[in-house]
Design a protein around this ligand. Sequence first.
Ligand code: SF4
Length: 443
Amino acid sequence: MRTKIAATDSIKKPRVNVITLGCSKNVYDSEVLMGQLKGNQMDVVHEADKVSKDDIIVINTCGFIDNAKQESIDTILQYSELKDQGKVGKVIVTGCLSERYKPELQAEITNVDAYFGTNDLQNILSSIGADYKYELIGERLLTTPSHFAYFKIAEGCNRPCSFCAIPLMRGKHASKSIEDLVKEAKGLVRNGTKELILIAQDLTYYGLDLYGKRRLDDLLRNLSDVNGVEWIRLQYAYPSGFPMEILDVMNERDNICKYLDMPLQHISDNMLKSMRRGITKQKTTELVQEIRNKVPDIALRTTLICGYPGETEQDFHEMADWVEETKFDRLGCFTYSHEEKTHAHTLIDDVPQEVKEQRVEDIMEIQQAISFDKNQEKVGKTFKVLIDKKEGDYFVGRTEFDSPEVDNEVLLHASTNYATTGSFVSAKIERAEDFDLYGQIVK
Ligand code: SF4
């Protein structure tokens, strides 16, 4: 006797097209959602160009700062118009923008089928007619090339940074257990992942909530012990209370990249105090030096904000001089965004937009010259390179000192080199530019 279930199975389920905006943490969340949908035998794709009239579009939005919010709103409008034209079936919105502005979005863009927050996976699944599969916890469908994966070790943040809306959207810090993370890492390695990029809002807070003490060093040792993990990369470290013990593990273990991303946001004490960063210029400078003393060849990445309320010419020049002196290996810089419900929103956003943008440009010009000089030092040296893709005439990869999408790349011309995506090669650097290195594969 054919059961009813059999009947439903034959009904073709609509395809789900997931669109991810924002940061690597959103990429992770989209991948978890896609893993669950696949577990429900649903046809799921990521950012497919071509849409079809029955498609269910799930937009995972970003609500961090102005530009990102605008991009999320434009994307929602784009797909809700396609829905009006009958070119897609359903439009579902989730992620940080929806978490932060659900009532406003519901009032403004009414033809969206449903709005969900950042912690609504089960509700999203049931709105699509899918069940939450507990047996799939820790599994996901990667949207990155399978050889590297973003690896979220915690959610939320307990820090009081005055300019930041993330705690409003992601809640309090919640670490995942070491056991669950090791299980997740083993699952990824089984599917071909070699590089784990550890992410959180505040990586260095790991364990304080769950174990009552910082345990990032223990987590690193456990992940480093997982057979097949070739590279472990650390992103989003917080400076104050920095757990120096993780650098011992970095020195101990070859498969932990000598790379650290630590957003510092500013350096003038006036700004650091108003930003509620809990650290001073002197402490920051000492920390950077201590890290470099402990791991001499570490690549340090940081992120800075220009145009925070009250930032004077003097504050800015203090930061520009410090960037010149400190010579970070990698640096990103953003204009301050005046975000509602943050502490900084009680201040006057007094730095004109064009001044904010000019200050970012000035900092990035300094960094471009620093990056060029540092890259010249790599000419003639041989590095382990992970091949990410073939692009035009080049195989494109990264050294352990580079994170995907944001840092330098190694370009190996296809006329004299051959490599497969996801493989490691040894490459000798022959030429270097501001942000790119050119080399040859050596045996
Ligand atoms: S640590 Fe990062 S995520 Fe947390 S409040 Fe500060 S800037 Fe925001």
